[in-house]
Design a protein around this ligand. Structure first.
Ligand code: FE
Length: 183
């Protein structure tokens, strides 16, 4: 008896555009990623606390580009420490609002923001906002600075990876949980 055709094979018989790519993927290509529950609703342990009322859900640690992508959730009005970026940042606001002390605009649900390499800023979640959720893709480091720009510390993909690894170990997901997020 012949094996029944897959849905993709049936579709390909009637529409050549639906024929899947037939060749091997390139040598050294890294595995793709899909995180079905990117918001971490099924298992809140995936949220890594950074401070009181601030947590991040890591999506990717790109150690070869010095980049990381995460969802940040802030559940109380407040500030994120003043920092300077060595690389650019893409951001998309899912919920709530925030602004920088250094700018007039306010990012709200549905807003896209690009932070240029070199910029120093201080993120504020305003009074009245009890939940802010934003996707950030950060390249390079956040150098924490005083108001005059003197360095007081930094974060980058490696410090964030270490924090996530420690958290996942502590909550029982295991120190290897982060491996699936590394590219
Ligand atoms: Fe920033």
């Amino acid at each position: 008896m012949n094996k029944p055709l897959t849905t993709a094979q049936v579709a390909a018989q009637t529409d050549p555009q639906r024929i899947p790519y037939q060749k091997p993927q390139p040598y050294a290509m890294r595995p793709d990623m899909v995180i079905l529950d990117a918001m971490g609703t099924a298992d809140p342990r995936v949220w890594v606390p950074l401070a009181e009322h601030v947590a991040v859900r890591p999506l990717q640690f790109n150690v070869t580009q010095g980049q990381y992508t995460h969802v940040m959730r802030v559940t109380k009005a407040g500030m994120i420490a003043r920092h300077r970026h060595s690389g650019g940042v893409h951001a998309w606001v899912f919920k709530g609002r925030w602004h920088y002390l250094e700018h007039d605009w306010v990012a709200e649900e549905g807003s896209y923001i690009w932070e240029p390499p070199g910029e120093t800023h201080t993120l504020v979640v305003p009074e009245g906002c009890t939940e802010m959720i934003t996707l950030f893709q950060v390249t390079g480091s956040l150098m924490y600075v005083d108001p005059q720009g003197q360095s007081t510390g930094y974060d980058d993909v490696f410090t964030r990876l270490e924090k996530a690894r420690a958290h996942y170990t502590a909550v029982g997901l295991g120190e290897n949980y982060v491996e699936q997020l590394i590219r």
